[in-house]
Design a protein around this ligand. Structure first.
Ligand code: NDP
Ligand SMILES: N[C@@H](CC=O)C(=O)O
Ligand code: NA
Length: 371
């Protein structure tokens, strides 16, 4: 653990953020939590002393503490300014547990100011290639660290594995598998291999949302964009210059009639209310696969030599590893020169607050060790 004083700002107290705060509070020597924010409220340890620290267990206990400064939402620049004014000799870390693109596009500001960033938010790493480059260049120039393991496969060691393969000089030729916890759960429940299921597609979507597997807007899972973002991140780590997740075709499972609903809370609500009208479309896809003795699953792949990324539905034999996945499991196969025809495989839960927070906290521990 570090000898330097480390100050921590945490943004987001939803499914992942809540589990993260609980896990953080159980660390033997946690960093000092000085900023905790949700969409419209911020708690701060009064500067310049940065004391008292915010109790880490949960938002309710923290927000009831009368010694903390309370305000509305702060802009990213205000958060940078607060965290970078920490006493000299100390370091600061931002943990972003939101899916906010505006906060993600401010990571370069944080990193240039020497504030390390740890996050499960995919937006910074899977939007324009220029932001990806800016993030890593800013980390280098600010002497800060950036870790984002939970952006792919939640807490599963996917990015660390891929970075190790690349850093040790292996040639990654292909990456393929199931990259969405939500879509894995949906198809494993709606079209299981072992028994027939009467479950309605829309009911299983509601279940996935209630279990905390979906993105804050579940349409980001159903439209394939979440998988496309993950593949964009993996492709960039192997060195492909993917400009954005829109650079390749993405198969959407959103009924055309619901495609133009607004991206607001009311839009999400209307989408969930009207989805049952379209259950027949997904039942038809399932029955088509059944007639061929197969099951349908949502998969992705990267062919490195061909510079080709694919995201969409595919039919699988019932005895295949992908067809037999359970729950929200992801399975990610890395084909490389060293591993030959038997890929290195990472498999396990790919969504959910606890497993995602574990990936975030493990990243934070790495930052604490390395700062
Ligand atoms: N859920 C999962 O299984 C996984 C999630 N992730 C990623 O983790 C992140 C969080 O997901 P999850 O916890 O499920 O999402 P939730 O919707 O449950 O929580 C989001 C949190 O972020 C807060 N928030 C949103 N925008 C802002 C903002 N601009 N400023 C401050 N706070 C903000 C919300 O505030 P408020 O409480 O006020 O609404 C809420 O507390 C996402 O990026 C997601 O992609 C990654 C892997 C797996
Ligand atoms: N919504 C995502 C969460 C993890 O990234 C998924 O279902 O995989
Ligand atoms: Na991961």
């Amino acid at each position: 653990m570090p000898s330097k004083q480390i100050y921590l700002g945490v943004i987001g107290v939803g499914g992942v953020g809540t589990s993260f705060l609980q896990q953080l509070s159980k660390l033997p020597s946690p960093p000092t939590l000085v900023l905790l924010a949700r969409s419209s409220q911020t708690l701060l340890s009064p500067a310049p002393a940065y004391s008292p620290a915010i109790p880490a267990g949960d938002w309710q206990t923290a927000s009831a503490n009368p010694s903390l400064t309370k305000s509305g939402a702060l802009s990213p620049s205000e958060i940078v300014s607060y965290l970078s004014s920490a006493p000299s000799g100390s370091r600061s870390v931002l943990v972003d547990n939101t899916s906010d693109p505006a906060l993600a596009s401010a990571y370069p500001q944080f990193l240039k100011a020497g504030i390390s960033v740890v996050t499960p938010n995919k937006k910074g790493f899977s939007s324009d290639l220029s932001l990806w480059k800016d993030i890593f260049a800013s980390a280098a120039s600010g002497g800060a660290l950036v870790y984002h393991e939970s952006t792919v496969g939640a807490g599963l060691p996917v990015l660390s594995t891929l970075r190790d393969l690349v850093a040790t000089g292996d040639q990654v030729t292909r990456i393929e598998g199931v990259f969405s916890g939500t879509l894995s759960f949906l198809f494993n429940t709606f079209a299981p291999v072992s028994a027939s299921s009467e479950a309605k597609w829309s009911d299983v979507v509601s279940q996935a949302k209630d279990l905390g597997y979906t993105e804050p807007d579940p349409r980001d899972d159903l439209n394939g964009m979440d998988v496309a973002r993950k593949l964009t991140i993996l492709a960039r780590i192997v060195g492909l210059q993917v400009q954005s997740p829109e650079s390749f075709p993405i198969e959407s499972l959103i009924p055309a009639e619901l495609a133009s609903l607004p991206g607001t809370a009311a839009g999400i609500q209307e989408f969930m209310t009207r989805l049952p009208e379209f259950d027949g479309q997904m039942t038809a896809l399932k029955e088509q696969a059944e007639k061929a003795g197969k099951v349908v699953r949502y998969v992705g792949s990267i062919d490195v030599a061909k510079n080709e990324v694919k995201v969409g539905l595919q039919q699988f034999d019932k005895d295949s590893a992908i067809a037999g996945l359970k729950g929200s499991d992801n399975i990610i196969s890395f084909y490389t020169q060293r591993y030959g025809s038997n890929p290195l495989i990472v498999q396990g839960a790919g969504a959910g607050g606890e497993v995602t927070a574990m990936g975030v906290l493990a990243d934070l521990n790495k930052v604490l060790e390395r700062l």
